[in-house]
Design a protein around this ligand. Sequence first.
Ligand code: UTP
Length: 277
Amino acid sequence: MTKITKAVFPVAGLGTRFLPATKAIPKEMLPIIDKPLIEYAVEEAVNAGIKEIIFITSHTKRAIEDHFDQNFELEEKLRSGGKNDFLKKINRDIFRDIKFTYVRQKTQNGLGDAILHSEHLIKNEAFAIILADDLIINNPSCISQLISSYDEHQCSVIGVNEVPKNETEKYGVISIDESTSTKSSFFLNDIVEKPKNNPPSNLAVVGRYVLSDKIFKYLKNLKPSVGGEVQLTDAIKLMLNDEKVVGHLYEGKKFDCGSRHGYVNAIKHLAKELFDD
Ligand code: UTP
């Protein structure tokens, strides 16, 4: 079994859809009840065997760095007050041996550019990418499912789900080779970012990937495209000329917490598990 030990978390986006909340607070720090969005995503990675978390961050996102650091004063207060349950919540056992690395993306040139900022930390290995705005609930987690698919196919894997045709213009959409695909693994013919018309399928890319480090070669030569941004989708499209890429139809419930609607639905969903009324 191939070990995927590094996960890149691009968190440098501006989060404009959540203004004014995200003027001074990173979108990723918005809480789903009492836990910030980013912690759900890091938890997902760590439970899938990831040992190193690489944040691509910006000067407005310092709170993320603080969140995964120790807060000695608070810990001491909680310890002396006998509040051990809270102590465990801010100093989680599962994060103890995890390495957190932060790289600044100075200009928000797009997701593809953000990923390119991790190149020097990924050495001849496949790695995971997690977009924390997509909160995906399932056990095994979405990223675990993608890692299993990577093991099976030995090629890059991207998470996909089915969306209504009239919503495909919001996502990266894949075109598949029907003859070689199975019920949940689709071999890509092509991939298009936010198709305005004639989407090649209703299979949309979600914020989970396991990519070969060869992706950097393609990212390096990209020009900005859709939205004036350097798109990861364009690099995957170029990679398809040289190697196979699988779209994995994961199992799980996805909430797009980068949008107000998805964010509220995620809270409602988790609240049902916690409270009776
Ligand atoms: P989004 O498209 O959701 O953009 O980025 P955004 O800026 O976060 O949010 P809106 O659209 O302005 O509301 C997808 C992912 O890529 C990261 C974001 O942090 C998010 O995880 N990203 C995007 C970067 O890290 N850098 C960029 O330059 C752009």
